[in-house]
Design a protein. Structure first.
Length: 762
């Protein structure tokens, strides 16, 4: 095959070392193996970064993708197209690509003009609807797909309706090591004369190592010379979110069980040569994973292929690989069974060595040199078949066929406006105005923004620090006796009111619900959940429709995570009923609105109906929300076609004159957010276009043709006067722009997720 292959240029897409993850190791090893086996082919990598600045990659990494930035996927596709690549070999795992269910990778695949061979590292038996859509289109856009276990091939056919002829079964590659006595390696680790049990891989709570530790006392009672080595650094995602909590809990468990002299934690991401030596020293390998739905395990493949006796829980890959007496399976989370089987194997040298030989014999087919040949065969088949038929092959697109480039997210002014207490309310030009202090309204908005920035993958530590400041402000603003929030805080940290406005209460509840439902950090979820439960009941006493709407938005976010809360569901029904009754009393064919006046933050009322109607499966409510939003949108479009928000200098009373100035950023933000919700609900791109129209108001498509935002700092002017932009850059206006930009970026990320619309007209 090496002599006749016409595949000359291969791009491997996925993670790459030195990023610490299993996919990075696999991609690096596969690329190296193919390049070694087929030196006539040029191999390079397009790597995905999960941190700003990426990694110190070797030269083989030719292009880098920002995980959360969809436009960088499109640039990567353009790079491959103009580089005359013959084959793209894609590594797929839901967690390594941005967008809902990793859908950014679909935008990348649609742009490619060459065949794609996709290796599926995860095949879900019970996918969510968005995961199913992504997987099915991924299969459609791939010329061939590779799975590493027979079960994976069956699941692709049965669950995702993949054609059998398109699927290649290629085992996980392994290093080619000799079948040697473990004693040869033990002295370099200081465990000579010991029986070595080994588990290796990136540490996280789903690995089940605690059950091995619980089994160890029973093993030591019969084999006191046993040493259990746990090799591997904590998984980077686990480390970012929880630090070393899992590792510390394991160490404490070992001490409590008085087995600390028999347990070694080696906290490092070891290089391959060192890893071979650790594996070589092992008498028994243990994989105690807790999740059945693991279709492949590189750590299992490595140790199995090295001829190690294996005791494992019966996740899919292990159940298949260890069949026919090639290993031992024990039930999940069963320390007693683990101890029983480990001691049985240590007693029976004959059985253990026969198991080792069976594993090593089968493992010869899994060495990287053989795997490289199988992949090249798949590449050749793909080249002959050509690109997947459903993939578009346009190299360039006109503006109406590809997402608009949005401004870069700049947080300079947000940081300037924030101190250790919270975000300042006002500014003189770009300078924070200390004399006006802080308000709950703005800190609630700022907390919501911080959560959205986290979803976009922005500097997680910096964003978390901001979120902590704003969350602390909300916590301090809450008055437990009245269950209400203060709103205005002076610079010298004195509250200036007994309690804040109803609207500020509603915004605080909205922010807290967002903390519960969308923050990945447990501390925010707990704090926000406690305050949300205390403050929500008061919202039913409010008379402000906007406070009701903010409350509904917060309830929706809260119920993302805690959908079974009956009290919160009842409160949602009450607030929804009030908004609908208000609309019924005031709306008519020529005035399709909730009140007899259009004032401020108007689109939030329609937004709350659309969102809540969809969440509660009430198409009639969704329809009314869409009707009111469409009417409001028409009222706010100028003769020249740009967004023209209701002015704050008099607003717009029914039958009276309409105020066109001063135009406020909060109106553009409310319209952007509501139209994006309508788009998500209906999948009608017209709504996305209206959101873009409202967003463009910030960028200069307005009455004066002037930009309100600063591309250097991310600040936004406080409004559009009849003759100029208000150059003060306060919190409300800056947050309005940044929230709009964040929501537009999140929406662009979702353009490939194919949400199912409710079956109603628009």
């Amino acid at each position: 095959m090496q002599e006749t292959s016409k595949v000359r240029k291969i791009a491997f897409v996925g993670d790459h070392l030195p990023r610490k993850c299993g996919i990075a190791t696999f991609t690096s090893d596969l690329l190296s193996a193919v390049a070694t086996a087929h030196p006539q082919s040029q191999c390079f990598c397009v790597s995905v970064n999960d941190i700003k600045g990426g990694y110190d990659y070797p030269e083989v990494v030719r292009f880098e993708i920002d995980e959360q930035d969809q436009s960088s996927y499109l640039r990567a596709a353009d790079f491959l197209n103009i580089s005359n690549v013959d084959i793209v070999c894609l590594q797929h795992e839901f967690g390594i690509y941005g967008g809902p269910a990793g859908s950014h990778i679909l935008a990348f695949l649609r742009e490619l003009r060459m065949p794609v061979v996709t290796t599926l590292h995860t095949v879900l038996r019970e996918p969510r609807s968005d995961q199913r859509r992504v997987m099915q289109e991924l299969i459609s856009l791939s010329t061939r797909v590779v799975v590493m276990a027979e079960r994976g091939r069956q699941m692709l056919q049965e669950i995702y309706e993949a054609p059998l002829a398109k699927i290649d079964l290629i085992a996980h590659g392994i290093p080619d090591v000799g079948f040697v006595d473990p004693t040869y390696f033990k002295d370099q680790f200081g465990v000579e004369g010991k029986i070595v049990l080994l588990t290796f891989g990136l540490l996280s709570p789903n690995k089940g190592i605690e059950y091995v530790l619980k089994a160890l006392p029973q093993v030591l009672a019969e084999f006191p010379d046993v040493v259990y080595i746990v090799l591997g650094a904590t998984h980077p995602n686990e480390l970012r979110e929880h630090g070393e909590a899992y590792r510390v809990s394991l160490e404490l468990l070992a001490k409590k069980s008085r087995i600390e002299k028999n347990v070694i934690f080696y906290n490092d991401f070891v290089e391959l040569e060192n890893l071979k030596e650790f594996i070589g020293a092992a008498d028994l390998y243990i994989t105690p994973y807790l999740n059945e739905a693991q279709i492949t395990s590189g750590t299992l493949a490595y140790t199995f292929g090295a001829g190690k006796a294996v005791v494992s829980t019966p996740y899919w890959h292990a159940a298949e690989l260890l069949a026919d007496d090639r290993g031992v399976l024990v039930p999940f989370a069963d320390a007693e069974a683990m101890a029983r089987e480990v001691t049985a194997l240590l007693r029976d040298d004959t059985r253990r060595h026969a198991m080792r030989k069976n594993a090593y014999r089968l493992g010869r087919d899994m060495v990287w040199s053989n795997v490289a040949q199988l992949y090249m065969h798949s590449f050749e088949l793909s080249r002959l078949q050509g690109t997947a038929p459903s993939r578009k092959s346009l190299l360039t697109k006109t503006l109406d066929r590809r997402p608009r480039e949005l401004p870069a997210l700049k947080l300079n002014h947000l940081l300037r406006m924030t101190d250790s207490t919270g975000i300042f309310q006002h500014a003189n030009f770009s300078i924070p105005n200390f004399s006006e202090g802080y308000c709950t309204d703005d800190n609630a908005r700022a907390f919501i923004l911080a959560v959205q920035l986290g979803e976009l993958g922005e500097d997680l530590e910096g964003v978390r620090a901001l979120a902590t400041t704003y969350a602390s402000f909300l916590q301090h603003a809450f008055e437990p006796e009245s269950r209400r929030f203060h709103n205005h805080l002076s610079f010298d940290r004195q509250w200036l009111d007994e309690q804040g406005s109803e609207d500020s209460q509603g915004r605080a509840i909205w922010a807290l619900g967002t903390g519960v439902g969308r923050s990945p950090f447990r501390s925010f979820q707990l704090m926000a959940g406690q305050l949300f439960a205390l403050s929500l009941p008061v919202v039913t006493e409010f008379t402000s429709p906007r406070a009701w709407a903010f409350g509904l938005l917060g309830i929706h976010e809260y119920l993302r995570r805690l959908g079974g809360d009956s009290l919160v569901n009842q409160t949602r029904e009450t607030l929804l009923s009030r908004l609908m009754e208000l609309l019924d009393r005031n709306a008519s064919p020529d005035w399709c609105w909730f009140e007899q006046e259009l004032s401020y933050d108007n689109a939030k009322l329609a937004h709350a109906l659309i969102l809540t109607g969809r969440a509660t499966s009430q198409p009639a409510v969704v329809q009314r929300g869409l009707e009111t939003l469409r009417w409001l949108n028409e009222v706010q479009i100028s003769e020249k076609g740009h967004f023209l928000p209701i002015g704050s200098n008099g607003f717009y009373k029914r039958g009276g004159p309409r105020a066109n100035f001063d135009q406020q950023p909060i109106e553009a933000q409310a319209m952007v957010s509501a139209c994006l919700e309508a788009y998500r609900t209906t999948s009608d791109v017209w709504w996305y276009e209206q959101a873009q129209r409202a967003f463009d108001w910030f960028l200069g498509w307005n009455d004066l043709g002037l930009e309100l935002y600063s591309p250097e700092s991310g600040a936004c002017g406080d409004g559009l006067h009849v003759d100029r932009v208000n150059r003060n850059q306060g919190a409300e206006s800056t947050l309005a722009f940044l929230l709009s930009l964040a929501e537009m970026k999140l929406a662009q990320n979702m353009m490939t997720s194919f949400k199912e619309p409710i079956a109603i007209g628009t």
